[in-house]
Design a protein around this ligand. Structure first.
Ligand code: ATP
Length: 355
């Protein structure tokens, strides 16, 4: 397994795009731990696949270097990087049996046949295709073929990393849960460095130890699911993670007091603003308290989603979401307060410290 260093990576897809400063990846500079399970999360077009293909060697970056365990692999082909990659859509050898499809990468590397038998059988059980080992891949469903692709990605035990690009898209929802938890288990047992691309936050948060959030060609935060929820370092992470996302509202700061409209909110300390032009206060809907004391809100709508109620309200002319428990009362003249520890101040989209 390998520690992956991405050093000042930038990528433009053409000379014209480069000349225009139109980079699909703008500046990626991070170290990912050996044996970590990372999810690369972000909306369509933010650069996830581009970054994954640069790590695997399918794409050469316009600028920057990739290192595996300190060794510069930027000029090495995919094969020489010793990476397994699973794509969104199945890649199978139709004329081979299911077993031989999985055995292929092992036999290609002259792994002893007894070990091939043991390893392939183990992975086939894991992906629930044990009973189909002797069937030809041709004629199988897209779902089954994708499991074969997944199995082929998992079968080797000597790779530097396994990269997954939205591998469960064509898998039916029930099986998705099962495969994702099996992947997680396999990660725990094997200690593989895994990078898993998805635009689905549930998938990212359940699979990964660390989630890498991408936005517009940049990594805006790498953190545990809890860190992303409790301390988003960028407004994008605030509203992209969580359902509903973080409430963000324009704010004026006076020492350690935040002013939203005509309301004053005491902060834990004075934010360090450094001359930023755009200031926002962020509070997650789960940390807005409702009662008879505090700041006035006008309720627009209450959505009952079973164990929780989502209240859509207006606060100082801003729309505000509030998450309440199913048994929480909503008073006739509701007032709100913000949990002080959960208030974030963002200057030009980035969270700032409060002294
Ligand atoms: P998705 O989830 O839709 O696959 P993504 O986050 O993986 O999106 P990328 O596919 O990496 O994003 O694309 C990043 C940017 O690069 C997008 O603006 C996309 O249009 C552009 N792009 C991707 N592939 C190419 C290509 N082969 N040629 C030109 N531009 C490309």
């Amino acid at each position: 397994m390998a520690r992956i260093n991405l050093e000042h990576i930038r990528h433009a897809y053409s000379a014209k795009a480069k000349a225009a400063g139109d980079y699909a990846l703008k500046e990626v500079h991070h170290e990912w731990d050996d044996g970590g399970a990372y999810a690369l999360l972000g909306p369509s077009g933010c650069g996830k696949t581009t970054l994954l293909n640069i790590i695997s060697g399918l794409l050469h970056p316009s600028d920057g270097r990739i290192l595996f365990d300190g060794l510069d692999v930027t000029e090495l082909s995919t094969q020489h990087r010793n990476i397994a990659q699973v794509f969104q859509f199945p890649v199978v050898y139709d004329t081979m049996t299911v077993f031989d499809n999985l055995a292929f990468p092992l036999r290609n590397r002259h792994v002893p046949e007894a070990e091939v038998q043991r390893r392939v059988t183990e992975i086939l059980e894991m992906i629930d295709l044990g009973g189909m080992a002797k069937r030809r891949a041709q004629g199988l469903t897209a779902d089954q073929k994708q499991k074969i692709s997944l199995g082929r990605g998992l079968v080797r035990s000597d790779v530097n990393a396994i990269l997954f690009d939205e591998p469960l898209t064509v898998i039916d929802p029930h099986m998705k849960w099962q495969l994702r938890s099996q992947l997680k288990m396999l990660h725990r047992q094997s200690g593989f460095t895994m990078v898993y691309v998805t635009h689905d936050q549930t998938e990212a948060l359940t699979f990964a130890d660390k989630v890498v959030v991408m936005h517009d060609g940049e990594i805006v935060q790498i953190g545990t699911p809890a860190e992303l929820f409790e301390r988003p370092s960028h407004t994008f992470v605030g509203y992209f993670i969580g359902s509903p996302g973080m409430n963000l509202m324009p704010v004026a700061i006076d020492g350690s007091t935040a002013k939203v409209g005509d309301q004053s909110i005491a902060l834990k300390g004075a934010p360090k603003l450094n001359g930023a032009s755009k200031l926002e206060l962020g509070i997650r809907p789960e940390f807005v308290r409702m009662g008879r004391e505090g700041m006035p809100v006008t309720i627009a709508k209450i959505e009952d989603i079973g164990r929780q109620k989502i209240v859509r309200a207006s606060f100082c002319g801003q729309s505000l979401s509030i998450v309440l428990g199913e048994d929480d009362d909503i008073p006739a003249d509701p007032k709100i307060t913000f949990e002080p520890d959960a208030i974030g101040i963002f200057a030009d989209s980035w969270r700032v410290g409060q002294e």
